[in-house]
Design a protein around this ligand. Sequence first.
Ligand code: COI
Length: 372
Amino acid sequence: TQPGAPLCAANISIDKTPMPKEKLQPTKLVFGHTFTDHMVQIPWNDTDGWLPPMILPYQNLSLDPATCVFHYAFECFEGMKAYKDSNGKIRLFRPDKNMDRMSKTAARICLPTFDHDELIKIIGELVKLDSDWIPSERGYSLYLRPTLIGTQASLGVGPPKSALLYVIMSPVGPYYPTGFKAVRLEATDYAIRAWPKGVGDRKLGANYAPGILPQRMAASRGFQQNLWLFGDEGYVTEVGTMNAFFVFQLPNGKFELVTAPLDGTILEGVTRDSILALARERFDEDKWIISERKFTIQEVADHARAGTLVEAFGSGTAAVVSPIKEISWRDKPIYVPLQPGKETGRVAEQMAQWIAEIQYGEVEHPWSVLLN
Ligand code: COI
């Protein structure tokens, strides 16, 4: 338990901007470049606890250069999305999962935890205030970025005595600059993203910067992202911006939908969890095996050679469901089949459809949380 006041949505204050910004056409949006008119700021300190939440005009932060976030990476964040349905109602997708993960991540780096329902209410107020910013076209949404930083200005290495939780929002379309197209990955084993008992399963900003150099190297060879491998065995883990799924045809004629297990080397994706749950609930049990297990890049290559690699795709809040068409491993391509004339396989297409139906409120589902 933490000293001081708990987070409380009822104490919120709202200061509206006198100068609303102009909005871009959705098709002009570049992921994460445009921000809405307002933000949430909630300061915390270790004597008072959580101070009253504020909705303010989107603005710069002013921080002492000694602030611990800049030196020791006391920072964690979440990625979640708000959608507008055809009746103009606003929906969040499984916000409880993001709150859960953010608390676990915060606790891991000694930042304060918070009441999940209260933060969802506060985020809800922000989304409602800036609801004109939510694109309603399929494939477009409002990306929400709750962020928590240590703000103590001190070079001593220790648990921050003060922190700031803030939330900014950005209208978005597809994550990859190539649009809604299948991606090419490079399997990477010369660098490691995460390891068991490390923090690769926590949503720390510090997990992302070290992935950029390998990503740039992959990009120089024409690949969008790295497929991170682990260990001498070459276990497939994740992509860094998304979890990875494969479909294999097995010798007994059944199909296996497989993704890496939550063993500390992958992020606990909300979309990953949703895909597994939908597959377990809706796929024909006589034909499908749904697996969270370790598998190697060699196994993927063997399936490709045998003609039993059926499909591959990534999943993430930003990436949604992103079909994969090629993986380069040790300079040799592993080609992944797509449906004729399409940039996606069948399972990715089905999953993207099922998840979008829920997110855009075309079917009622407990994962879609109504805000108004
Ligand atoms: C997300 O999918 O929300 C992510 O956080 C991935 C990336 C944009 C950092």
